[in-house]
Design a protein around this ligand. Structure first.
Ligand code: MG
Length: 160
């Protein structure tokens, strides 16, 4: 057995007339995020971290925005697909940890729901799902509330 880690990063701009999904949870907010799927930036970062940990190409390769199958789809679907890829390789996801970087909306009250949704999709107990949020101290495009960024790491055990 050997131990692997992966890293993921994503950013999406805000857009009018879109629903806002973060960690598989819909937020009541004035704008949503632009993207082909539901643009769940947190899940996209987590997906890339897990894919990276098993040496796979990124989320854009596996779920391209040119594929109508993924238009408007919940990004939780991507995590479920990735979980299947892990199973096929005999890889066991140990934990993920992620940070959202955003001035708004308030994430704290919804954290438990987000952990439950992400954990369910990946087959992890909520204790193995880290989700934190920080602001960008009003600096740069994140500070101007032009979008939301997320970063994540994943830890996987694989049979060698
Ligand atoms: Mg993305």
């Amino acid at each position: 057995m050997s131990h692997r880690v992966g890293i993921g990063y994503d950013v999406h701009p805000f857009a009018e007339g879109r629903k806002l999904f973060l960690g598989g949870v819909e937020f009541v907010y004035e704008k949503g995020l632009q993207g082909h799927s539901d643009a769940d930036v947190l899940i996209h970062a987590i997906a890339d971290a897990v894919l990276g940990a098993i040496g796979e190409s990124d989320i854009g390769h596996h779920f391209p925005n040119t594929d109508e199958r993924w238009r408007g789809v919940s990004s939780l679907v991507f995590l479920k697909e990735i979980r299947r890829m892990l199973d096929q390789r005999g890889a066991v996801l140990e934990n993920i940890d992620a940070s959202l970087i955003s001035e708004e909306p308030k994430i704290g009250p919804r954290l438990a729901e987000m952990k439950a949704k992400v954990g369910e999709a990946l087959g992890l107990t909520p204790q193995r799902v880290g989700i934190k949020a920080t602001t960008n101290e009003k600096l740069g495009f994140l500070g101007r509330k032009e979008g939301i960024a997320a970063m994540a790491v994943a830890s996987v055990t694989v049979k060698d």
